[in-house]
Design a protein around this ligand. Structure first.
Ligand SMILES: NC(=O)c1ccc[n+]([C@@H]2O[C@H](COP(=O)([O-])OP(=O)(O)OC[C@H]3O[C@@H](n4cnc5c(N)ncnc54)[C@H](OP(=O)(O)O)[C@@H]3O)[C@@H](O)[C@H]2O)c1
Length: 285
């Protein structure tokens, strides 16, 4: 299903808002129906961006698009798509780019899954579903934009990883593996695409208050709002930062943990009571 709004759907109250900063940029965001992706779309909307918003929940995606139009977006196209569907993602990204070149693309959609205290094995079907969303879904989003952006010698790509990709946590083995994969991919792409005028930023959030973390039973040090996270990400993308990690004290701690003897860090981490619910997502053929 594909729903599209034209500029005529803009909120009349938005027409007088001045465009600032990245005004008029074409911005594609996956997972724009909720949490960080929605907040990021709203942040770009306030600059008068032309938004391409992807998600699966029609009602929430539509509501987010309306909020973006009311906040000043020039336009807010919505596309219902599962990031696991490679062909659909290629069609959407290519057609959005042909209509108007994409300046900024953020592969944000993702799900979390993990272990409850005492649980030893993650459900294999849930793990495979999460890997397809968090890893292949990122590839499916970014790949179709690479050649068109390089041909224009212009574009910024943001890939949302996690602190869990910096140093693995004993509470979510498969999620950590998936995020580490995206970190390596982003780091590699950055070096490959920079000579072609395309920047790649690895986005490494700590705890951000979203529906994802609302389901997590754990101490969440340094947790920030999705609006604050969106502003940090937007500023980092504007500056073409290689790594947009926040909060910095958590990033520094995770980098340090990665350097310390693993057995010591594992022992410290085991002392925390953490319950990461299993994703309801399951493998699809
Ligand atoms: N919140 C945090 O503390 C935190 C920390 C580190 C990293 N992250 C990462 O940040 C990203 C966004 O997370 P969030 O906290 O904003 O979570 P969220 O509020 O649960 O939003 C997740 C978004 O991903 C979309 N999505 C999930 N599966 C999808 C699929 N198969 N196809 C298409 N879209 C799909 C959802 O769309 P629908 O609801 O429409 O299906 C939703 O818009 C994720 O990659 C997450 O791993 C979050």
């Amino acid at each position: 299903m594909r729903v599209e709004k034209s500029a005529s759907a803009r909120s009349p109250s938005a027409t007088d808002l001045p465009a600032q900063g990245e005004g008029g940029s074409r911005v594609l965001i996956t997972g724009a129906s909720s949490g960080i992706g929605r907040a990021l779309a709203l942040a770009y909307a306030r600059d008068g961006a032309s938004l391409v918003m992807l998600g699966r929940d029609a009602e929430r995606l539509e509501a987010a698009a309306h909020a973006c139009l009311a906040a000043g977006a020039e336009e807010a196209e919505t596309h219902m798509a599962d990031v696991r569907d490679r062909e659909a993602m290629a069609r959407i990204v290519q057609s959005a780019h042909e209509k108007r070149p994409i300046d900024i693309l953020v592969a944000n959609a993702g799900v979390a899954t993990g272990l409850s205290p005492g649980q030893l094995l993650e459900t294999p079907e849930a793990v495979r579903a999460m890997l397809k969303i968090n890893v292949e879904g990122v590839f499916n989003t970014v790949e179709p934009a690479i050649l068109p952006m390089c041909a224009r010698r212009s574009g910024r790509i943001g890939i949302v990883g996690s602190m869990a990709g910096v140093r693995s946590l004993p509470y979510s083995p498969a999620y950590c593996a998936a995020k580490a994969a995206t970190h390596m991919w982003a780091d590699s792409l950055r070096g490959a695409l920079a000579p072609h005028g395309v920047s790649v930023s690895l986005i490494v959030p700590g705890f951000v208050k979203t529906p994802m973390t609302a389901a997590l039973k754990a101490w969440q040090p340094g947790a920030i709002s999705d609006q604050r996270a969106a502003l940090i990400i937007k500023r980092g993308l504007e500056r073409r930062q290689s790594v947009i990690a926040f909060p910095l004290f958590i990033y520094a701690a995770m980098r340090l943990f990665a350097l310390l003897p693993p057995a010591i860090v594992d022992g410290v981490m085991r002392r925390f009571h953490v319950d990461v619910p299993e994703t309801p997502e399951r493998e699809i053929s």
